[in-house]
Write a protein that binds this ligand. Sequence first.
Ligand SMILES: Cc1ncc(COP(=O)(O)O)c(C=O)c1O
Length: 374
Amino acid sequence: MGIFAGGEFAGLGINYLNTASQTKPVVLHGGDIVAASRQYNIAVDQWVDLSTGLNPQAYPVEEIPQEVFTRLPYELPDLCQAAADYYGNEDVMAVSGTQLAIQCLPQCLPQFDILAPKVGYQEHVLHWANSGVNISYYPALEMKVAVECIEQKLMHNPQRHLLIINPNNPTGLKFTPQQIKLWASRLAKGCYVIVDEAFMDMSPQHSVLADLSTNMIVLRSFGKFFGLAGLRLGFVFANQDIRQALQQKTGLWAVNGPAQHVAIKALHDKSWQQQARKDIHKSASLTRDIFSHLFTHILPDRVHHEALFSSYYLPNTLGEQLVDFFAHRGILIRKIAVDEKICLLRTGIIHHQDFDSQERVKQCIQDFIVSQIS
Ligand SMILES: Cc1ncc(COP(=O)(O)O)c(C=O)c1O
């Protein structure tokens, strides 16, 4: 399939899109059922999509009044208030997905180097690289190694931005808010810690938002926990200068009316949120059990479980084989390269009441095991 062709860059999941006129770096993402459907010739509605870390039971979107579509979408004060209440910080602005902030931030911050996780959501690194700054990396698999490396690099040169993905997608590495704040205090003037908390809704006690320093920027994706990635909504918490710079980049009417309307309701809906947390835990535990059958046969080097996804460390070739085997049976999972040898096989969660998907995944795992024996 066209866009999946091309060489991988430094094992980081950044591939090159070859077009007639140019070669552009692109990052491969999960959730592209249309592309998978074309590649494997399986209808879009026949897939079990475990390639993302989205809540499989999204916030229910009820009928939206006509005027929500017809009015120009100025940012509603109610949206900022609902976000401030839900996330616990008032220094907020809404964006049409944190992806947009990730794309714009390199142009809003002083042009210092950045220290970033070696494995993580690669859009950050891609856009910092496009802005021409120098990127250095810290390992993102083990806490002790990561902390030591960050300490050492900041001591050597504190004049750089620091990117933290907390918890890291896909490795699950999670620093304490105290640790992150300490690093922020060590950075040179004009440098920022960017904390991407896309998957923090399931453990909000680990968020840095309760006590934000002026040189910290926090990204909170709305799409993951609320399961509404298609709505395109996210929030940025930062000092006023950064928010203004970002606002200038994102422009007028950046968040559409329906997204604002749905989010105000969802952010206030405490009882849905409580139930969603319970359901996600139940679904996550059930999904782990289902996959444990596979991973007692092929032993991963290590495993990490987050509430909305699990990551299994495997040799690259085995990871590729599994993705392909599952995809031929209409089940989409993701392989994320760590280096030339090792990859992370990442699986999202199956809803605990989605019995059909559970059966299909169980059958697929059984077929894979049998195929290995025969
Ligand atoms: C860690 C992380 N940050 C940010 C994003 C962007 O999400 P969104 O633009 O939907 O807020 C993603 C998407 O998968 C992600 O995994």
